[in-house]
Write a protein that binds this ligand. Structure first.
Ligand SMILES: *Cc1c(COP(=O)(O)O)cnc(C)c1O
Length: 423
């Protein structure tokens, strides 16, 4: 029954948030399953950008304090819009920087090697940019990454076990950086249990939420996570290079930022232009310089959509979509040596599915030429992200039909099994 198209159509009919699809620039000829790399443009974001340009046109310098969204407060305002997505209070949040620059700021602020507590714990599956940033800070402290970066190993090459992470939390670990959702397999780490274990050992811990924000609910304040950082161009649909976010737990607010600038200042003091910085008593202190207003503007529209649709409802549909995709792959593609490396249990699965196959690169090219947009991850991964706000169950059904035809007809053999420049 699940392999029948009627079943997909019946799921779409019952979907309480199907109307949000009309808010996005989706094409009926293309099945876009790459919203976890770059989310689609919504009409509300487009309008927000145009309105912002208008405020520049109309107010010039006075745009900092005039208009519907005065630029001087926009980072704080967008920070508040993250609250329900990450489970934190307004003052713990700020929209600023990018994933990697925010990690640099947080490392500069929270990594304080002392005595024999000098090492940073990460994992061998994280996105490389995070590892590069960690190595920079070890080097800035004159410590060698070979000795001071400890990485949790994966037993199966795709997932991490909580007990393996905890067993690496030795006396020598000063700080832990982990992803919330692994960018390949899509596994969700147990952030609550891992944070508790870290704190029992007096270790500060931060999470990279790039692959979970906008797809999975979080409860950062209650879990007592020390800090977190993320981008907004993936599930949050902020557009290429849109401004990222930082969360810092309330107990740390008031801490001197590791990297200061005039936007770290308490807002009422900023234009006193004193040489002694008075940092904001909010996460706003972890800003550095003038906010990238044109790259914040799309968030005005896109975060409004998330707060209307509600993250719990988005998560529920996302799990249904990925569950349906897994079941269809298992029913229709058994003979073609695909392996699903994403955890099957709902609580351990983020918003995308990772399939491995020895011809993954050429299969991705064949999918694209059939109007399905996946993404390829070296060396043999196909990532498929059916996004709750704009994808349909029918599109998931069609994708598996197309993939089956590509395999049956060996269409992938027409393409090289190598990646493009961006893959
Ligand atoms: C997407 C992603 C990044 C990208 O970093 P930017 O600074 O936004 O380019 C970093 N880390 C993870 C885990 C990601 O998924």
């Amino acid at each position: 029954m699940i392999v029948n198209k009627e079943y997909a159509l019946s799921l779409d009919k019952e979907d309480p948030i199907s109307h949000f699809r009309e808010e996005f620039y989706v094409s009926d000829e293309i099945i876009y399953l790459d919203g976890n790399s770059l989310g689609l443009l919504s009409k509300r974001s487009e309008k927000a950008v145009l309105t912002l340009l208008d405020s520049w046109k109309k107010y010039a310098i006075d745009g900092w304090t005039e208009g519907n969204n005065p630029w001087f407060y926009l980072s704080e305002e967008m920070g508040k819009q993250f609250a329900s997505l990450v489970g934190a209070t307004d003052k713990e949040l700020i929209a600023t920087g990018s994933t990697t620059t925010n990690l640099h700021q947080l490392l500069a602020t929270f990594y304080k090697p002392k005595g024999n507590k000098t090492k940073i714990l990460a994992d061998e599956l994280n996105f490389p940019s995070d590892i590069y940033a960690i190595k920079s800070h070890l080097q800035l402290h004159g410590l060698s990454p070979e000795d001071h970066l400890v990485t949790v190993k994966s037993r199966d090459g795709h997932t991490l076990r909580t007990e393996d992470i905890i067993s690496q939390m030795t006396d020598e670990i000063a700080l832990i950086i982990l992803p919330s959702v692994l960018y390949r397999s899509g596994q969700i780490l147990d952030m609550s249990a891992i944070t508790t274990a870290a704190h029992e050992r007096d270790i500060v811990i931060g999470f990279d939420l790039c692959h979970s924000i906008g797809s999975v609910p979080h409860d950062l304040s209650n879990w007592k996570v020390d800090f977190a950082f993320w981008c907004t161009y993936k599930h949050l649909n902020g557009g290429p290079g849109s401004v990222g976010g930082i969360y810092v737990n309330e107990k740390h607010l008031g801490k001197e930022p590791g990297l200061s600038g005039w936007f770290s200042s308490a807002k009422d003091k900023q234009f006193d232009l004193e040489y002694e910085l008075t940092p904001a008593l909010t996460a706003g202190a972890y800003q550095i310089g003038t906010p990238h207003i044109l790259s914040l503007a799309p968030l005005i529209g896109s975060l409004e959509i998330f707060n209307e649709a509600r993250i719990e409802t988005i998560r529920k549909k996302s799990l249904q979509l990925t569950d349906y995709l897994i079941r269809l792959i298992e029913a229709e593609l058994t003979e073609y040596t695909f392996e699903i490396t994403t955890p099957k249990e709902a609580h351990a699965r983020g918003g995308h599915i990772y399939l491995t196959h020895q011809n993954a690169a050429s299969i991705c090219k064949a999918l694209k030429s059939n109007g399905v947009i996946p993404d390829f991850r070296n060396p043999n991964g196909i990532r498929l992200a059916p996004v709750a706000l704009y994808n349909t169950f029918e599109e998931v059904w069609k994708t598996v039909q197309i993939l089956k035809r590509i395999m049956e007809e060996e269409q992938y053999k027409k393409y090289d099994n190598t990646r493009g420049v961006i893959a």
